[in-house]
Design a protein around this ligand. Structure first.
Ligand code: ADP
Ligand code: MG
Length: 372
């Protein structure tokens, strides 16, 4: 039996840099897909081909070890096999092929799509039934411990558990989640890939994580409360400790605490079909990411500044870790073409290469198809 898995990318509607602070996020699976076909075979060798990435790779399930260099695409597959077997799920060999229209490395989670597609296909091919939430955790472990990329759990949950026309309100501390209907009516979501490579991304991402941990340590010492994460900190806690906290840590902490509140308010707005308020929270989120958390970049700021004054645009923000990648705009369908032209003109005026535009549908998470 052959299996095909269709894995979507995801966009985070709001709740940036909150996942590793044990907070809330609001992602949704989007209609750009990675497709992986898998046929099991005897033995312990996996052969994998990725469209456009040259010759097939072959590896043995018996010699897997976490990477100690920059990761290659095949390491994501190896990592998933390693994490599945570590969790006690024995695999046999397989032939795998991948093709995708999901932009790679743009912050739309092609890595999680690749991991989940691999995990779902291999478990199906080996007759294993593992709940999607567990598969998501196994894939996160693969990315964290094998590929050695420190990511939170949001991407894997969104790719695995997304629901058509719904966002996923995820509590990254308890892993409880709730589906929030996305009734967009005459509006839609436009993703704009700035095409700025996130080369600074991983070092700044790690620094922000450390700054958050340091803020928690200092706040605990100053206030004599035992905080485990910024999730437990209130705005009042921050204000009380403000004078004793280095300004940079105060600003990082304030962004995360405010963003956590915003995610919940934004989810409530969506639930009440109040898109105007949702757009407002998007704009506030961007301002916080730019001014307090300092992870935006001129290209993302230009996109947001260009679109926000346009009639019919309700909100815009950078999405993903920052320093490049994508921006997300909530706007009337009727103004998409005009907004696209304005952004292109603004980029041309700066001599920057033209961004890519995607008007995305909100779709279901990974789907398994059996091919007889
Ligand atoms: P993002 O998840 O935001 O797209 P990442 O840097 O986390 O960006 O992951 C991108 C990596 O995932 C790529 O460098 C590649 O190793 C792997 N990858 C993603 N999609 C594919 C694909 N279609 N084929 C092969 N490898 C892929
Ligand atoms: Mg990724």
């Amino acid at each position: 039996m052959k299996y095909k898995v269709i894995a979507p990318g995801r966009v985070n509607l709001i709740g940036e840099h909150t996942d590793y602070n044990q907070g809330f996020v609001l992602p949704a699976a989007i209609g750009l897909f990675l497709e992986l076909t898998c046929e099991s075979k005897q033995g312990r060798n996996i052969t994998a081909t990725a469209e456009g990435l040259g010759v097939p790779e072959i590896f043995s399930l018996d010699t897997l070890a976490p990477v100690i260099r920059d990761p290659l695409w095949i390491d994501y597959l190896k990592g998933v096999c390693w994490a599945l077997e570590k969790a006690g799920h024995l695999l046999s060999g397989a032939d795998i092929s991948i093709h995708s229209n999901l932009p790679i490395g743009s912050g739309l989670s092609s890595s999680a799509a690749l991991e989940l597609a691999t995990a779902k296909a291999l478990t199906a091919a080996n007759g294993l039934e593992i709940p999607l939430s567990e598969l998501a955790l196994i894939c996160q472990q693969a990315e964290n411990e094998f590929v050695k990329v420190r990511c939170g759990i949001m991407d894997q949950y969104a790719v695995a558990l997304g629901r058509k026309n719904h966002a996923l309100l995820l509590d990254c501390r308890s892993l409880d989640y709730k589906y929030i209907p996305l009734s967009l009516g005459k509006h839609c979501l436009l993703i704009i890939d700035s095409r700025v490579e996130r080369s600074l991304g991983s070092s700044v991402y790690n620094r922000r994580r450390e700054e958050c941990e340091e803020t928690v340590r200092r706040l605990s010492a100053i206030s004599k409360k035992e905080f485990n994460s910024l999730r437990e900190v209130t705005l009042d806690d921050l204000k009380e400790c403000c004078a004793y906290l280095p300004d940079i840590l105060y600003r990082r902490g304030r962004f995360v605490v405010e963003e956590n509140i915003r995610v919940q308010e934004a989810a409530a707005a969506l639930q009440g079909e109040d898109l105007l308020s949702f757009g407002y929270f998007m704009k506030r989120s961007h301002a916080g990411l730019r001014d307090l958390y300092e992870v935006s970049c001129p290209e993302l700021d230009l996109i947001v500044d260009t679109v926000v004054p346009v009639n019919g645009v309700l909100g815009a923000r950078m999405t993903g870790a920052g320093f490049g990648g994508c921006a997300l705009v909530l706007l009337e369908r009727d103004v998409v073409a005009a907004v696209t032209r304005q952004i292109e003109a603004a980029f041309t005026a700066m001599n920057w290469c033209k961004p890519y535009f995607y008007t995305v549908e909100i779709v279901q998470g990974i789907r398994l198809v059996e091919i007889p």
